[in-house]
Design a protein around this ligand. Structure first.
Ligand SMILES: [Zn+2]
Length: 147
């Protein structure tokens, strides 16, 4: 809890007033190809958090910040895609990628487009064991839920 508090404070320090609307695609030139989450057209309220996480160097802090976002019920399709981009491109280790993506996979708000984008980007993970955790979570979500 204390760590999360510190983390939240960190986010506030990092966030400039403008939020992610000011972010223009700069990754295309770096040879990584187009990143749809960077398109800056339909950024949602959760995008600020996504951009803030991006500036963190440690996967531990990134996942601390992004896990609650991945589980949000009001996540838009753009935010789902943006989240996948951040997790795949800006995390350095699959174990933390898996933690966030499993939550997104289980999120009832995951749209068909978000789901397809997530599946398509699983190739961005290098280890099969963590990738299969995400696939299992996607299948769980599809199964009828017991409340
Ligand atoms: Zn966005």
């Amino acid at each position: 809890m204390a760590r999360f508090g510190m983390c939240a404070a960190l986010v506030l320090l990092i966030l400039p007033g403008g939020g992610c609307v000011t972010v223009v695609s700069s990754r295309g030139a770096s040879g990584q190809g187009p990143v749809p989450g960077d398109s800056a057209v339909e950024h949602g309220p959760n995008c600020e958090t996504l951009q803030a996480a991006r500036s963190m160097t440690s996967d531990i802090f990134k996942s601390d910040v992004l896990e609650p976002v991945a589980a949000r019920r009001d996540l838009t399709t753009h935010e789902q895609i943006h989240l996948v981009d951040v997790v795949i491109h800006d995390f350095s280790s699959d174990i933390f990628r898996k933690d966030v993506l499993v939550l997104l996979a289980r999120n009832p708000a995951l749209s068909p487009e978000g789901r397809a984008y997530l599946v398509d980007n699983l190739k961005g993970m290098s280890s099969d064991i963590f990738r299969s955790d995400v696939v299992e979570a996607l299948q769980e979500e599809r199964a009828p839920r017991t409340k």
